[in-house]
Design a protein around this ligand. Structure first.
Ligand code: ADP
Ligand code: MG
Length: 387
């Protein structure tokens, strides 16, 4: 170890205050750290758990400096932290992961070019900033694709599936002709992700491969193990370790992949932080992705990523509230169901409100049990939505 670790009792600063910050703060406080969070909102999911909640805009650099002066290390829960914010914070405390990881991962075209140029397998794509770029992209990538805004997309926002040049032009106009990428549409066999971590000493650790299914472009169900051949899982872990090193990450990173019918792994996107698909590590692994982030950014050895038992996670979106408060008693009548709620006051459709995790002897049993529990929460909605 090259530097002295940041010991329990120290204050960790978190930029962002959603559910990722909340679960991070829970892990950090359990380990004896104090947590300060900063975001433009108040009474936030992370703020409810933190010792101190700062409310300021991310571009209020005076507030960012004051915040950073009061902590021993700064981390973040989302990659759209502006570069200037990370730089201002870094004057007073180490920012982990570093600003380069943020810079690369907050713009899709830059991220894909970074990966491609270093030999990592990515979905065929082309960057678009002008009408001529769009024509060139349609020629090189093809007309069956997904057009995505280069910045600020999440949960399928800022994306359009296109099938012709006219649709692509209309979609790009509809996005306000902002910087975008056109990606080939991948008819994947399944989507998988690897959550990994890298410590200040350069050691890496990865969790097992997770299989993900999305509904309306939002993560719906995650299963660990993914149920793919071991060679595929090992290759995905190797790619994730390579990306952790290429970005010089200290902290946690998730790599989302498409797995093609031919067994090829293509990187879809990166997240330089804990990830929704890794939430099941809280209940299913020796050391969760959030404890791993604490260990990594505070300069300790990484924790064990072993899977205790096959696990399933199902997301609880705001839609489940459409007939009123979900029936918590019905789901919790299943004694093996673990409920995680994020403390959000208003349940809008598509908003991530919480998740359920179940461990079982097989991944299929875990999935069926978790889906059953979710249906019990809102039986009438579940029928309407085919949950
Ligand atoms: N090129 C593609 N081919 C097929 N499906 C895609 C493609 N790009 C995105 N999707 C689908 O949309 C989901 C969300 O896209 P993603 O690029 O991961 O954006 P977000 O930032 O919203 O998570 C993916 O997980 C996948 O299910
Ligand atoms: Mg994604």
């Amino acid at each position: 170890m090259t530097q002295a670790p940041i010991l329990p009792g120290a204050i960790i600063g978190v930029l962002g205050s959603g559910q990722l910050g909340r679960m991070f703060a829970m892990a950090a406080r359990r380990m004896g750290y104090r947590v300060h969070v900063l975001s433009p909102e108040s009474d936030t999911p992370a703020g409810q758990i933190a010792d101190v909640e700062f409310t300021a805009a991310y571009d209020d650099l005076d507030a960012i400096r004051t915040f950073a002066r009061g902590v021993q290390v700064v981390t973040f829960e989302f990659e759209n932290v502006p570069a200037g914010t990370a730089e201002a914070a870094a004057q007073f405390a180490p920012v982990r992961p570093n600003g380069m990881a943020l810079h690369v991962s907050q713009q899709r075209a830059r991220e894909k070019a970074f990966l491609r140029d270093r030999g990592f397998p990515v979905t065929p794509f082309a960057a678009i900033s002008t009408e001529a770029d769009l024509d060139g992209a349609l020629a090189s990538v093809g007309t069956a694709g997904v057009l995505k805004t280069a910045s600020f997309g999440y949960d399928g926002k800022g994306q359009a599936r296109v099938g012709s040049a006219d649709q692509a032009r209309a979609a790009w106009n509809g996005m306000g002709r902002v910087e975008a990428v056109l990606e080939a549409f991948i008819d994947f066999a399944c989507e998988v992700s690897v959550v990994g971590a890298r410590g200040v000493d350069g050691w890496t650790a990865t969790y097992g491969l997770i299989a993900n299914t999305h509904a309306h472009h939002i993560l719906d169900v995650s299963l660990l193990p993914a149920g793919v051949p071991p060679a595929v899982a090992e290759r995905a872990a190797e790619i994730a370790r390579g990306v952790l090193e290429a970005l010089d990450i200290v902290g946690v990173l998730c790599v989302e992949f498409f797995l093609t019918h031919g067994g090829e792994l293509l990187i879809n996107e990166l997240a330089p932080r804990p990830h929704n698909s890794g939430h099941l590590t809280i209940d299913a692994c020796t050391c969760s992705q959030f404890e791993q982030q604490v260990r990594a950014i505070c300069g300790f050895h990484l924790g064990a990523t072993d899977l205790l038992q096959p696990a399933a996670m199902v997301n609880l979106l705001g839609d489940l509230w459409s007939d009123g408060e979900p029936d918590w008693a019905a789901a919790l009548a299943l004694p093996d169901v673990k409920l995680h709620l994020y403390g959000k006051a208003s349940a809008r459709p598509g908003r991530k409100m919480g998740h359920l995790t179940v461990l079982a002897p097989t991944r299929e049993q875990a999935r069926d049990r978790a889906l059953t529990a979710r249906r019990l929460l809102a039986p009438e909605y579940a029928v309407r939505a085919h949950l």
